[in-house]
Write a protein that binds this ligand. Structure first.
Ligand SMILES: *[C@@H]1O[C@H](CO)[C@@H](O)[C@H](O)[C@H]1NC(C)=O
Ligand SMILES: *[C@@H]1O[C@H](CO)[C@@H](O)[C@H](O)[C@H]1NC(C)=O
Length: 124
C-alpha cells in the first residue's frame, strides 16, 4: 500500500513537471491563414470560465463562460477575427504578422491548467 501511494505521488509530481506552467508550445502559420490553439479542455470536463490572454501586456482577448456559453472578445485589435469553440479552443482567422506572440489560456476549473503558445505568423 505504501509503495502504491509513493508511486502515485511521484507519478503526479512528474506529470506536473510535464504539463507545468513553463511549457511553451510553438505554432507557426502563414499570414492570412487561420490557426487554432487548443485549450486543453475536453467537452465533458466543464470549467466555469476559460480565458485567453495575449502579448507582453497579457491582455484578455477572449473569454467563454461555459455555464451559459457566453463569449466575450474584449480586445479591439482582434476585432471579428477570434472564435471560441465549446472546449474553449481559440481560433484566430485572417492572421496578421502582428498577431505573433504569446497566447496563454487559463481555466477557473484548475490552477494547473495554463497552456502557453508561442505563435509566429510568417509574412508571404
Ligand atoms: C501595452 O500597454 C501599454 C501601456 O498601457 C500600451 O501603450 C501598449 O499599446 C500595450 N500593448 C499592446 C500590445 O496592447
Ligand atoms: C517564440 O518564437 C520565436 C520564433 O521562433 C522566437 O524567436 C522567440 O524567442 C520565441 N519566444 C518564446 C518566449 O519562446
Amino acid at each position: 500500500m505504501f509503495v502504491m501511494i509513493t508511486f502515485f505521488f511521484l507519478f503526479s509530481w512528474s506529470l506536473a513537471g510535464v504539463f507545468g506552467v513553463d511549457e511553451v508550445k510553438s505554432v507557426s502559420v502563414t499570414e492570412g491563414e487561420s490557426v487554432t490553439l487548443n485549450s486543453g479542455e475536453t467537452e465533458t470536463q466543464t470549467a466555469d470560465l476559460i480565458m485567453w490572454s495575449f502579448g507582453q501586456n497579457n491582455s484578455l482577448i477572449a473569454k467563454i463562460n461555459r455555464q451559459n456559453n457566453k463569449r466575450e472578445f474584449p480586445n479591439e485589435r482582434f476585432r471579428d477575427r477570434l472564435k471560441l469553440d465549446q472546449t474553449g479552443s481559440l481560433t484566430v482567422t485572417n492572421t496578421r504578422t502582428t498577431d505573433s506572440g504569446l497566447y496563454t489560456v487559463r481555466s477557473t476549473r484548475s490552477v494547473t491548467l495554463r497552456n502557453t503558445f508561442n505563435l509566429t505568423i510568417y509574412g508571404e
